[in-house]
Design a protein around this ligand. Structure first.
Ligand code: MN
Ligand code: MN
Length: 286
């Protein structure tokens, strides 16, 4: 029976290794709004799946998962980032692995920062269709279109992105100039995802934060997005990234689903990725 919390999140906070939280905020989204409804929809869809994962051979009902519910948000992005950073810092300081359900991509920043405060050599891997390397977008520096720029300039230069197929010419020039590791969806198609991950691991071998912007996935699999881009990754590509990085992942988020634009399949896939991350990570740590 679907509850208000994520399926198999049966642990109290104290004993939890994984703390799920929703952040229902979509204030800077530009094309289609509605990612504020995604945490609720992912939770509802999480009840579709068996507790036992045959792929990872682990039972999620035996993993210490806590769902802290939705965090309080404000009307504007700056106040919202302030509000949620308090929780992000607490989760990480308390030794938890935060699992943030967005909401829009700008919400990643306080969670990545919290992890960087704890792990000085933190790497950051993002799956996204978009560069998100703008300095500002429509006058807003904390727009979801700027998140990767903030991460690279303010959090860690051990940064890599996978699935990219959209950006302004200036963003492409910026990453070329800085020699930032950007793997397009076409790179994944031609090289294979394992080779891409291998190249990323040359630079990022320590603790890593994994951020999944759902629009990295092809809109054929995930149509309910704020800013859909064709020619994307497959769900299997994403699962392979999750599997390979899981042993090192210290923070995770899944953002940018806009549930109103399909009949539930995208939130279902999002819930699957979240469950697979927890299963892969718990498996690696067991
Ligand atoms: Mn993004
Ligand atoms: Mn995107």
């Amino acid at each position: 029976m679907p509850g208000p919390f994520f399926a198999d999140a049966n642990s109290g906070y104290e004993n939890a290794q994984y703390v799920i939280c929703g952040v229902p905020f979509d204030g800077t989204s530009c094309f289609r709004r509605g990612s504020n409804l995604a945490p609720r929809e992912m939770r509802a869809n999480s009840y579709n799946f068996e507790a036992y994962s045959s792929f990872y051979d682990i039972d999620l009902s035996e993993v210490n998962i806590h769902d802290a519910g939705d965090l309080e948000v404000a009307q504007d992005i700056d106040s919202t980032l302030d509000l949620i950073s308090v929780h992000a810092n607490k989760f990480v300081t308390d030794g938890k692995i935060p699992v943030m359900l967005g909401g829009e991509h700008s919400l990643t920043l306080p969670f990545a920062r919290a992890c960087k405060n704890k792990y000085d050599d933190l790497g950051f891997v993002v799956l996204d269709a978009h560069m998100d390397m703008r300095q500002e977008y429509e006058g807003e520096i904390n727009s979801h279109a700027c998140i990767s720029r903030h991460i690279y300039e303010e959090v860690t230069q051990k940064y890599a992105s996978i699935g990219i197929r959209s950006g302004a010419r200036e963003e492409y020039e910026y990453v070329r100039e800085k020699r930032i590791k950007v793997f397009s969806a076409d790179d994944v198609f031609s090289m294979g995802i394992e080779k891409v991950i291998g190249e990323i691991r040359e630079d990022i071998s320590g603790p890593v934060y994994l951020s999944i912007d759902m629009d990295a996935v092809d809109p054929a699999y995930a149509p309910a997005l704020g800013t859909p881009e064709p020619y994307g990754l497959t769900p299997r590509d994403v699962r392979t990234v999750i599997s390979c990085l899981a042993p090192k992942i210290v923070g995770f988020d899944l953002v940018e689903i806009a549930p109103a634009y399909d009949s539930g399949g995208t939130a279902l896939l999002g819930a699957r990725f979240v469950r697979d991350f927890i299963a892969a990570s718990a498996r690696a740590r067991s």
